[in-house]
Design a protein. Sequence first.
Length: 344
Amino acid sequence: MNNTVDTPGPGVPGPNAPGPDTPSGADSSREPDAPLTSNTPNAPDTPGSEASHTDTPHTEAPGYSPQWLELREGADAAARAPGLLRPLRAFLADRPPKDLGLVISDLGCGTGSMTRWLAPRLDGPQHWILYDHDPRLLDRAAALAPPTAADGGRVTVSTEQGDIGRLTVDRLAGTSLVTGSALLDVLTADEVEALVDACTGAGCPVLLALSVVGRVEFTPADPLDAELTDAFNAHQRRHRDGRRLLGPDAVTAATEAFERRGATVHTQASPWRLDPSRGAEESVLTEWWLRGWVEAAREQRPDLAPRAETYLRRRLNACAEGELSVVVHHVDLLALPGPTEQAS
C-alpha cells in the first residue's frame, strides 16, 4: 500500500519522470564497493572558486566535503517532510520499549544532519548508530549530536566506520528505525533490494529522505534548461564500473520493493527551494549546486560543453544579482513493515 502524504506536486515519479535533482551529479567519486554517504561529492575549499564541487572520479578517493554538507544542511532541513512523522511516531509508539529506548541506525550519516533534525522531533531516550566511511564525518556527527529528545529524553550516539552496502538482518537486530538522506538515488537496483530485504527482515521502519526525482524548476526559465536536465538525469542513471545507478528512478524502485514485502509506504515531496535573494549563504549554496549540476550534464553530454559554459555564466550572473530561484525536487519515503516482518 502506497500513501502519498500531503504532497504538493508529484509524489513518487515514474521511471520516465522528467527533470533532475540534487547537484550530486555526482557521486562520481563513489567506487563500486565504496560506502554510501551523502549524495553530493567534494566541494572546493573556496565556494566561489572556478573549480567545480563535482569531483574527478579517476583521481580522487571517495569522500564528501564537510563544508558542502554543512552548507546544504539548512536547505535539507527546510525540505524534509514533517508529514511523515505522524505515521512514524504512531508506529514506534506501538512497539515494545527497549532498554536504550529507540535504537536508530543512520546510514551514510555525513555530518549528522538527520540526527540533528529528527532526534528532537521524537520522544523518549534514543541511541543513534551513525554509519559512514569517512572518520572525519563520523567524528563531527557524533560531536554535534543533540543531547535530548523532544520530551527531554537522553540522546546517545555511537559510530560505525565502513561499508553500509552489506547490511544484513542480523546486523539490524534490535534496531527501532533505519534512516538515510540523499541515499537511494546513488544505489543500484540490486542494492535497493538488499537494503529493503535487510530492513523488512529485521522488522525495521525506514525513513529515507531527500531522494532525487528528476525534476528541477528555474525562475526565470531558459531554453537550455530541458536539455541540461535530460543530460543530468542520464548522468544520474549511468553505468559505472559495472553498477547502474538508479538516480531519479530510485524512489519508485524502493517503493515497489518495500510493497512486495508487505510494507506500507508513505511518500511526501521534499523540494529544495533555493533563492539567492534571501542572503549570501543561499547564494553560495545555489552557485555550488548549479556548478555541479551543469558539470554533470556536460560530463554526460560533451557536445553540450560550449552552450553549457555560456549557460552557466548567464545563470551565475543571475544568481549573483539575486535574480534566479531554483526548485530542486526530492521525495522522502517512509516504509512501515507489515505484521509478518515486525520483530517480536
